[in-house]
Design a protein around this ligand. Structure first.
Ligand SMILES: [Zn+2]
Length: 121
């Protein structure tokens, strides 16, 4: 079966929702999506973090977890542009699906973030 997203949208500034051709749907945080950025640079960062966890905290840059846009690449991937200007990450549908499965948020977690965002408005 051809597994690809049929709907993908930011729920708010912290979360993104995706529904797939096979009916699977889930929400993950933009932070997780960014942390799993598949570009070579971020891949290296993740490997370094695994081997020396204490010394390799990922540097926080302003806007890094703000998803500015997702551009379709052919029929197999989405390219993400982030608020800090990072746009090297091309998420294949396969990769994207594994992120949306691995970091799926529970209804409670989603509600908590929704409540917190509502309070700050
Ligand atoms: Zn990256």
């Amino acid at each position: 079966m051809d597994i690809r997203p049929v709907a993908i949208k930011k729920s708010n500034e912290f979360m993104i929702y995706c529904k797939w051709t096979d009916g699977f749907e889930s929400t993950v945080t933009l932070k997780h999506l960014r942390e799993q950025c598949p570009c070579a640079h971020c891949e290296e960062d993740r490997k370094a973090k695994e081997s020396k966890p204490i010394f390799n905290f990922k540097k926080f840059s302003e806007g890094m977890n703000d998803l500015v846009k997702l551009d379709k690449i052919g029929t197999y991937a989405l390219a993400a542009t982030w608020g800090d200007g990072h746009k090297a990450g091309i998420y294949t549908y396969e990769n994207l699906r594994s992120i949306f499965e691995e970091f799926v948020m529970s209804e409670d977690e989603i509600k908590k973030i929704e409540d917190e965002t509502a309070e700050n408005k």
